[in-house]
Structure formats: C-alpha cells, structure tokens
Design a protein around this ligand. Structure first.
Ligand code: HEC
Ligand code: HEC
Length: 255
C-alpha cells in the first residue's frame, strides 16, 4: 500500500513538474535570444530608432512593427540604412547573419505585439492557385510593380522594385508589413491563401521555363513597350509599303 502510494506520488509529481521545466527552459532560451538582440540593436539600430525603439527624428518607432518587419528589412539589407536622408532605403547585401536577424527580430517583437515571421507553410507553393494569384496581382500590385512584377518609377525619386529574384518569404513579409511607400496588405485584406497565390504567380511568370507563347516578350514591360513596338514597326511598315506602292505607280505612269 505504501509502495503504491509512493509510486503514485512520484508519477503525479513528475507530471506536474516535467512540462513546467521544459516550458521554463524554452522561456530562458527566448529571453537569452532577446538579450542578444538587444545588444545588437544598441550597436546597430539605436542611433536612428532610439534606445528603446521609440524612434527619433532619424527613424520611425519600432514598437509594434513585429518580427516580420525586422526580418524583411534586415535580411534584404535595407536596414541598417546608410543615411536617413535618401528618398528610399534600397535593397542591398545583408549585413547580419540569419541567426543575428532572428535575435534582432525577437528583441523588437518583445517591445510590442506585431506580425510574426511567416512559416514555410504560409508562403510555400503547396496548394496555390496561380491564375487567381495573377488576378490578385493585377488588381492589388500591378499599378506600382507592373503586371509581371518588373517594377516601375513612383514620385519624388521613389520606385517600386523589380520582384523577379525576391525570396518568397520576403514577398510575404512585404505584403504583411508594407515597407516604406508600399501599402500593407494584412490578412483581413489579402488572406494567407491570397498571398500564397500571388507568390506562386510571381514565381511562375519569372521562372525560366515560362516562355512567352506569343513570341518575343519585349521585356514584359506591358502596354507602353508593346504599343511603342506596334507604332514603330507596325505603322512604320505600313508607311514603307505605301511609299513603295506610290513610287511604283509613278514609275509605271511615266513609262
Ligand atoms: C541611419 C538610420 C537608421 C539605422 C542605423 C537603422 N534604421 Fe531602420 N529605418 C530608418 C528609417 C529612416 C526608416 C523608415 C524608412 C521609410 O519608411 O522610408 C526605417 C525603417 C525601419 C523598419 C520598418 C518599420 C516599419 O514601420 O515597417 C524596421 C523594421 C527597421 N527600420 C529596423 C531597423 C533595424 C533592426 C536596424 C538595425 C540593424 C535599423 N533599422 C537601423 C533608419 C535607420
Ligand atoms: C503604391 C505602390 C505599391 C503597391 C500597390 C504595391 N507595392 Fe510593393 N513596393 C512598393 C515600393 C515603393 C517598394 C519599395 C519599398 C522599400 O524598398 O522598402 C515595394 C517593395 C516591394 C517588395 C520588396 C522587393 C525587394 O526587392 O525586396 C515586394 C516583395 C513587394 N513590394 C511586393 C508587392 C506585392 C505582392 C504587392 C501587391 C499585393 C505590392 N507590392 C503592392 C510599392 C508598391
């Protein structure tokens, strides 16, 4: 009887404490990550974004922008920005390793709740509808990025970049967080499935084996390039034929 009771007690105690230990270990690991991120932040980011992420005249507040915004901005090399004066912080090679970016993201996320870094399941190609993605891209993104994502100029020296070689994860994060002059598309505007469809569309139109079925793609720059081609070569050809016919009839009359 005593033995049974002792066994039941140990079992019970184990059940109570073991998961708590595991959760606690995870919690300490998480706070260590945040600590490391805080150190990196103090050196690389605080001069513009303020010591507690509250923002300064050289950079906006980062409270509530979330891990997704940090992962996007730092992994695409936009941050740390070289100066706060240029029209737009451009994409450039990343300064931090992915492990450091995760630490920075964990620190900024600890300042205020914001969108988390998306998982592969969210931005991966499984179950995506490419045709629907094309439709969504043309209605939501093409006015700035052109209809196959080749990019285009905006006002005041700003521009929407070419999306050809952008990592699917960063496309997802750009939609989620809306960097600089781009509007954000939270899940209430474009659902996870919508975002997945758009990413699959971009990958399809930019992959090497999506040859243009009509022949020459003219750089996929859209109606302006195609219209110009039509005017110069189409109309030009018609004029040349008209001149040739006129010259021939004039000659025939003479002789
Ligand atoms: C030279 C100043 C400067 C430095 C250094 C800098 N930033 Fe920035 N950061 C800016 C400015 C300016 C913007 C706003 C860009 C815009 O919207 O035009 C910005 C924007 C951001 C954003 C986007 C905020 C949002 O609302 O989505 C994030 C995230 C960010 N910075 C993170 C960082 C991190 C992390 C570091 C350090 C690795 C860093 N920045 C270093 C100036 C700076
Ligand atoms: C109002 C114009 C506008 C619209 C609409 C817009 N974008 Fe953008 N987009 C921009 C600008 C400007 C930037 C550059 C911001 C920066 O450099 O931080 C950008 C940047 C991006 C980037 C980052 C590219 C890189 O080189 O890292 C991606 C990805 C992106 N946009 C995708 C989209 C998608 C997908 C949509 C539609 C759901 C969309 N954008 C709608 C203006 C726009």
């Amino acid at each position: 009887m005593v033995l049974l009771l002792a066994l039941a007690c140990t079992g019970g105690l184990y059940a109570v404490f073991a998961p708590a230990d595991k959760a606690q270990a995870e919690e300490t690991a998480q706070s260590l990550t945040i600590e490391e991120g805080k150190k990196l932040y103090a050196v690389g980011c605080a001069s513009c974004h303020g010591t507690g992420g509250q923002g300064t005249s050289d950079g906006p507040s980062l409270v509530g922008v979330g891990a997704a915004a940090v992962d996007f901005q730092v992994a695409t090399g936009r941050m740390p920005a070289a100066t706060s004066q240029s029209a737009q912080a451009p994409r450039k090679p990343a300064v931090y390793s992915q492990a450091e970016i995760d630490q920075l993201a964990a620190y900024v996320a600890s300042l205020g709740a914001g969108p988390a870094v998306p998982t592969e399941e969210e931005y991966g190609p499984q179950g995506a509808d490419i045709a629907k993605g094309g439709e969504l891209f043309r209605t939501n993104c093409a006015q700035c990025h052109n209809f196959t994502g080749k990019g285009g100029a905006l006002t005041h020296g700003k521009y929407a970049p070419d999306l050809e070689d952008v990592d699917p994860k960063h496309v997802y994060q750009a939609m989620l967080t809306g960097p600089q002059n781009m509007p954000s598309f939270p899940d209430s505007v474009l659902t996870v499935q919508n975002k997945k469809d758009i990413i699959a569309y971009l990958q399809e139109v930019n992959s090497d084996d999506s040859e243009s079925p009509g022949g020459l793609a003219l750089g996929s720059l859209g109606p302006v390039a195609e219209g110009l081609f039509g005017w110069v070569f189409g109309l030009g050809g018609l004029i040349a034929v008209a001149v040739w016919v006129a010259a021939r009839t004039a000659k025939a009359k003479k002789s």
